[in-house]
Design a protein around this ligand. Structure first.
Ligand SMILES: [Zn+2]
Length: 410
C-alpha cells in the first residue's frame, strides 16, 4: 500500500480519543495512560515485520531490518504534558509509523529503518525534559539530581521509572541504540506563530537555539519610601528595570533572531513603603549562532555594570544553565523535501529544544521538519493544525526519508 497521509490524521484522532479527556491529552510519561499509548502504537506496527524493543532508558523502538545494519531513525515522543495538545510529539511517531509501513511494503530497504518513541520528552511529572533521548545520546549527567526528584504525590523518579523497568544507574546503556545510527529525522508541530504568519504549511528547521540562562542579583539599600529623597536612593529595582528595557536594544543590535527575556524579578523587602534593597532578576538569552550568543551575553554584562554604576548598586551574575546552539547537518535535505511537497520552503530555527537536538549533539546527522501550528499554540488542548497541513507533513517526512536513504546508500 502506498503512503496514506489521511491515515495519520485518523490515527491521531484515535489516539486523542484513547488517551485524552475534555481537558486535552493526558499521556504524561511513566503513567498508565502513557503505557496505553505505547501499546496502541505497537498495534499500529503489527504485521510490518518491524521488531519492537525497549531500551535501558525506556525508549520504545521498532526496527525494520534492511540490507545494512546502518540505520535511518525516525523519532518523536508519545508522552504529553497534562492537559496537552493532540499533536505535540505523537504526530512525529504516528507519521513515522506511516513512513515505516510504506517502506516495509516495498521489500528490503538498503538501510535498516527504525522508529523511536523517546521516553519523557516533556519532563512534565519530574521537571526533567528529554530524559530518554539524553540517555541515548550519552549527555545525561544529572543522575544524582534525578535520584531525589519527586512528583506532586511524593513518588520518586527512580520508583516511577522502575515500574517501566528502567533503572537510573543503567539508563545510559541506551547509548548502544545510536551506534549504527546513520541519520535521524523528526517531524514536529512548530509550536510558534512564524509559519502561520507567512502562510506556509511547512518549514525546514536549521537547528535549536543556544541558551544562556542567568540569575542577576542587584543590591542597593532599603530606605523609607517617605523620607528618602529621590536623588539619594540606591534602588535595586532601578538596575533590573533598566536592564530589562536594554534587552530590546541588545536584540536589535545583534539581530538575526536574537531573543532575550527577563522572565522574573523578585524584590526584597518587597513592601510598598521601602526602596528595593535586592532585586533578583532571571535572564534567558537565545541565538542560533554561538558567536552572536556570546556577544549578547557580553553586551548584557556590560550594560548591567553601567546601570550598577549609574544607580550606585552592586550587581552579581550567576549562570543557571547553558547549552550551545545545535545545527542540523541535514537541513538542506529537509529544505528540499519541503520545497518538493509544498512548493516553497522556509528555513527557521527552533526556540524549544527537541529530542532531535540531543541526537544531533551525539553526532548523528539530523534533519527536522516543522508543520504550521494554528495561532502558534501548544501545550494546551487548543493546540491545532489543519488536517491538510498534517497530510502535507506526512508527505514531506516520507520524501525526506527517501532522500536521506538515497544519500546514505549512494
Ligand atoms: Zn514535543
Amino acid at each position: 500500500m502506498p503512503l496514506k497521509p489521511t491515515r495519520t490524521v485518523d490515527e491521531l484522532r484515535e489516539l486523542r480519543e484513547l488517551t485524552g479527556d475534555e481537558n486535552g491529552a493526558q499521556r504524561v510519561a511513566w503513567t498508565d495512560t502513557w503505557k496505553r499509548a505505547q501499546e496502541w502504537m505497537s498495534s499500529k506496527l503489527d504485521g510490518t515485520g518491524a521488531v519492537e524493543s525497549f531500551d535501558a532508558a525506556g525508549n520504545q523502538w521498532w526496527t525494520l531490518p534492511g540490507a545494512s545494519e546502518q540505520a535511518l531513525i525516525l523519532g518523536g515522543h508519545l508522552d504529553s504534558v497534562p492537559n496537552g495538545g493532540w499533536l505535540d510529539g505523537c504526530l512525529n511517531v504516528i507519521a513515522g509509523a506511516e513512513v515505516l509501513r510504506r517502506i516495509a511494503e516495498e521489500g528490503e530497504s538498503p538501510l535498516t529503518v527504525r522508529l523511536v518513541s523517546w521516553a519523557d520528552e516533556e519532563g512534565a511529572r519530574f521537571g526533567r525534559s528529554l530524559f530518554g533521548s539524553s540517555a541515548a545520546a550519552g549527555s545525561m549527567a544529572d543522575q544524582d539530581e534525578l535520584r531525589v526528584l519527586k512528583d506532586a504525590d511524593g513518588v520518586s523518579l527512580p520508583e516511577a521509572i522502575g515500574v517501566f523497568g528502567v533503572d537510573l544507574d543503567s539508563a545510559l546503556d541506551a547509548r548502544s541504540e545510536l551506534e549504527n545510527a546513520a541519520a535521524y529525522l523528526e517531524l514536529h508541530i512548530e509550536q510558534g506563530p512564524v509559519l502561520e504568519s507567512m502562510d506556509l504549511p511547512l518549514g525546514a528547521v536549521l537547528g535549536t537555539f543556544g541558551v544562556e540562562r542567568h540569575r542577576i542579583t542587584w543590591r542597593g539599600q532599603a530606605a523609607h519610601a517617605g523620607s528618602t529623597p529621590m536623588n539619594q536612593r540606591r534602588d535595586a529595582l532601578a538596575g533590573a528595570a533598566k536592564l530589562a528595557l536594554e534587552l530590546r536594544v541588545i536584540a536589535a543590535e545583534v539581530g538575526d533572531g536574537a531573543v532575550l527575556t527577563s522572565g522574573g524579578v523578585v524584590c526584597k523587602p518587597g513592601i510598598v513603603t521601602s526602596v528595593v534593597e535586592t532585586a533578583e532578576q532571571l535572564l534567558d538569552m537565545r541565538h542560533l549562532d554561538a558567536e552572536k550568543l556570546a556577544a549578547m551575553n557580553r553586551a548584557a554584562h556590560e550594560a548591567s555594570e553601567r546601570f550598577a554604576d549609574e544607580e550606585s548598586l552592586q550587581v552579581e551574575w550567576e549562570r543557571i544553565w547553558q547549552i550551545e546552539p545545535i545545527l542540523f547537518e541535514l537541513a538542506d535535505l529537509a529544505e528540499d523535501a519541503v520545497r518538493e511537497v509544498a512548493g516553497t520552503s522556509h528555513r527557521l530555527p527552533s526556540g524549544p529544544l527537541h529530542d532531535a537536538a540531543e541526537v544531533s549533539r551525539a553526532g548523528v546527522p539530523t534533519a527536522m521538519l516543522f508543520v504550521q501550528s494554528l495561532r502558534g499554540l501548544s501545550h494546551t488542548k487548543l493546540e491545532d493544525t489543519k488536517p491538510e497541513h498534517l497530510e502535507l507533513a506526512v508527505q514531506a517526512l516520507d520524501r525526506l526519508a527517501t532522500m536521506t536513504l538515497a544519500r546514505l546508500a549512494g
